[in-house]
Design a protein around this ligand. Structure first.
Ligand code: HEM
Length: 429
């Protein structure tokens, strides 16, 4: 039986009950799509605002970055394999609809029941919503115990991240058996999507931690966006349009067959001591990053996209790009060729006056803000871990940033129509 023939609904749980309405809603999709097309003339055409959900790779990895993210990690609450699979099928059906700007179920209906879709995205553009799903180590085993019969299927590349120098990971913002990266050009669309998926999973999975983020750039000029340190961020990244580069660095290979064409995500909320950073002289800020603040050009160069000159020395014989500058430590040439696809977002959680005892300047921190660092790679051992091993020890930027949480997730390949998220993992087990 193909996945599309199987009923979405099995069992008694609340999330499965919601799926009945979800399945019924699928039949009204064309009418809704038509309704959504009646938008003011100034709005982005609906088709241009849709990133297809189905495909060879999951959307939200090679997809050009949208302006907002809502990242959420979940713990799986059920221990029953068929309930986990049922939930992934429900998520698949809902994600496909949400990506097209459709609610998971119509807003009108039986007044005696709670609405299946909460409604806040009604009338909004699909906003290039992408939903990228990942599996954390805890899906395969917990406390040394196999889960869902998947223990032996855990990819070797899905390693537990080592403890890095300076890590101050807070348990409540770390880990997760599953993750969803929702990206969209409208924060309400991204939030709405995670909210619906969370509601549909009641009883089977529960939210563990979440982090929204934003990334502004001038849409007309397509300039590289700036992070909260005020520097252009995302200049050097593997070329998403080059299949060879993506194959070499971003997509997982055949080592774990069910992951082939997928990618590994490392997510780390990183708090930045903005108050401390803002007191640094411009020239020092530039030395920390290794690039000019205004243009984004590497130190000693004119253009943002000029190559780093790792061998250039100044008149005193010191490297133009300081040994412990961020971009030097991140350069592929000094990391055995390692490259990762960075897809990070700034975050702002308002103010927090929680005093950290060390370093002393953190005691004066006010903004609870920083970078929701998100990066994709074919193997974290050859990507994030390789690069960050050295960076976490030597980067001058470390005196301004603290990793406060995060996780590592295996994002399976894309879903084919009629299939469901991670189907090959369960099909083989
Ligand atoms: C708050 C934390 C961070 C900030 C503010 C930050 C900022 C920046 C900036 C401004 C650049 C230069 C522009 C560019 O090429 O995109 C850059 C480059 C880079 N960053 Fe970060 N970064 C942070 C964390 C990290 C982490 C945790 C890693 C882990 C591996 C990393 C890896 C890289 C790499 C690989 C490059 C490109 C280097 C090159 O090839 O030139 N960054 N980052």
């Amino acid at each position: 039986m193909s996945a599309s023939d199987e009923p979405l609904v099995k069992g008694r749980r609340h999330f499965l009950a919601s799926a009945t309405t979800l399945a019924a809603a699928a039949s009204v999709a064309p009418a809704l799509a038509h309704a959504r097309a009646r938008q003011p003339a100034t709005a982005e055409p609906v088709e241009a605002a849709v990133v297809p959900f189905f495909g060879e790779h999951q959307a939200g990895i090679a997809t050009p970055q949208q302006s907002h993210v809502y990242f959420a990690a979940f713990d799986v609450a059920t221990e029953k394999r068929d309930e986990l699979i049922a939930m992934l099928k429900v998520w698949t059906a809902a994600a496909a609809r949400l990506s097209q700007g459709q609610p998971v179920a119509p807003l009108s209906g039986d007044g005696s029941k709670e609405p299946v879709d909460s409604g806040e995205a009604q009338g909004l553009s699909p906003a290039r919503l992408t939903l990228t799903f990942g599996f954390g180590p805890g899906l395969f085993a917990k406390d040394g115990q196999d889960r869902f019969g998947l223990g032996a299927r855990r990819p070797a590349a899905l390693v537990d991240l080592p403890r890095f120098n300076g890590d101050q990971l807070v348990a409540e913002r770390t880990g997760g058996d599953l993750c969803i990266q929702a990206c969209a050009n409208d924060p309400q669309v991204a939030f709405h999507a995670v909210r619906q998926l969370s509601r549909l999973s009641y009883g089977a999975a529960r939210l563990r931690w979440a982090q929204p983020g934003f990334l502004s750039s001038n849409r007309a000029t397509h300039e590289t966006p700036r992070n909260l340190m005020g520097f252009k961020d995302g200049t050097m990244n593997p070329d998403r349009a080059n299949p060879k580069v993506m194959g070499d660095f971003v997509w997982a290979g055949a080592e774990t067959p069910w992951m082939q064409g997928g990618s590994y995500l490392v997510a780390r909320p990183i708090r930045i001591a903005l108050e401390h950073w803002d007191r640094m002289k411009l020239a020092f800020q530039e030395q920390v990053v290794g690039r000019h603040k205004d243009t984004g050009a590497p130190l000693g160069k004119q253009g943002e996209f000029d190559a780093l000159d790792l061998d250039a020395n100044d008149a005193d014989g010191n490297p133009v790009l300081p040994e412990n500058s961020h971009v030097r430590l991140g350069a592929p040439e000094l990391n055995d060729g390692a490259q990762i696809l960075r897809r990070s977002y700034s975050y702002d959680n308002g103010l927090s006056f929680t005093a950290e005892r060390w370093p002393p300047w953190r005691q004066a921190m006010e903004f609870d803000a920083g970078l929701m660092f998100l990066c994709f790679q074919g193997d974290p051992r050859q990507g994030f871990i390789k690069i960050f091993e050295r960076m976490s020890k030597f980067d001058m930027m470390n005196q301004f940033v603290t990793h406060i949480g995060g996780g590592v997730f295996a994002c399976p390949p894309g879903v084919q129509e009629g299939g469901y998220i991670g189907q090959a993992l369960f099909a083989q087990a």
